[in-house]
Design a protein around this ligand. Structure first.
Ligand code: 2HA
Ligand code: ZN
Length: 270
């Protein structure tokens, strides 16, 4: 068996959590990541027939039976992931009942997966339907996106258009826009279901007064998605109280669609 701490997916996960912490998106135990793995990636490093513990997830996800996920631990600090991956991360497999997580590596101090597992797994189910190559769901608390939910209309079209107008690249990076949930109690199946519903039409879902969810094919892409939206929100928060003399027009957005071969969300451009 090879050393799992040297597995490319593990190295990338540790680097990503560290980088997210460095960006100030994951104070204390804030944020969580789940990375869907192929069994072929995992079984070079661990004996997948050895289940360490069985942990109920509290909901059923038949579509994910047999899927493997590398998931951040509940109560764990992103800051510390790099110093002790085995305590702060775990690899689970969804058992045949669809509602039990079989721990096959990690959570070495007796811990378990993030309290936001419902939102993660339900979002994986939805994003895999849209794009079978989706492997990542990422949640964090970027300050400017959060700030924006206090002062901006939460209408999804309006919110998306404002972000698109803040940097030229936005419409290219997230042409599907940003969906928005009102404040809801976190850690519940209800917010998990609501997030997954929003994931049907966009890869970014804002949790008002809390943070954001992003989904993507790999950790880099998903990080970049959130990074771009957060940059746009930062610019908005710098200018929101100033008279706006210029903006990126809808005509300019249409030019970007053509130049970069993307299609803006239906009805979002005039
Ligand atoms: O686990 O971010 O939403 C910490 C969180 C909960
Ligand atoms: Zn959170």
């Amino acid at each position: 068996m090879k050393n799992i701490l040297e597995a490319p997916f593990m190295v990338e996960m540790v680097r990503t959590a560290t980088n997210m912490y460095a960006h100030g998106w994951d104070e204390r135990n804030g944020g969580n990541i789940s990375l869907r793995l192929n069994e072929d990636d995992v079984d070079d490093y661990i004996d997948v027939s050895k289940v360490i513990r069985r942990i109920p997830t509290g909901f059923r996800a038949p579509a994910l039976v047999g899927e493997y996920f590398l998931v951040t631990g509940t109560g764990k600090y992103f800051k510390n992931v790099q110093y002790d991956p085995a305590a702060n991360l775990g690899i689970i497999r969804i058992a045949t009942d669809g509602e039990t997580a079989e721990l096959i590596w990690g959570y070495s101090d007796g811990g378990q997966f993030t309290s936001e597992l419902p939102a993660h797994l339900m979002s994986h189910v939805q994003r895999m339907k849209v794009d079978p190559r989706n492997h990542v769901v990422m949640h964090c608390h970027p300050a400017n996106l959060l700030a924006m939910t206090y002062v901006h209309d939460l209408d999804e079209r309006a919110f998306t258009r404002t972000l698109w107008q803040m940097c030229t690249e936005c419409i290219v990076v997230f042409p599907d826009g940003v969906n928005v949930l009102p404040w809801m109690l976190c850690g519940t199946n209800e917010i998990g279901e609501a997030t997954a519903e929003k994931m049907k039409t966009a890869r970014l879902v804002v949790w008002s007064q809390h943070g954001i969810y992003g989904a993507g094919r790999d950790l880099d892409e998903t990080f970049g998605l959130i990074e771009t939206a957060e940059k746009a929100a930062e610019i908005y928060m710098k200018i929101a109280h100033l008279p706006r003399l210029n903006t990126i027009s809808d005509d300019a957005m249409h030019q970007l669609e053509v130049r970069f071969g993307v299609k803006a969300r239906d009805g979002y451009l005039d």
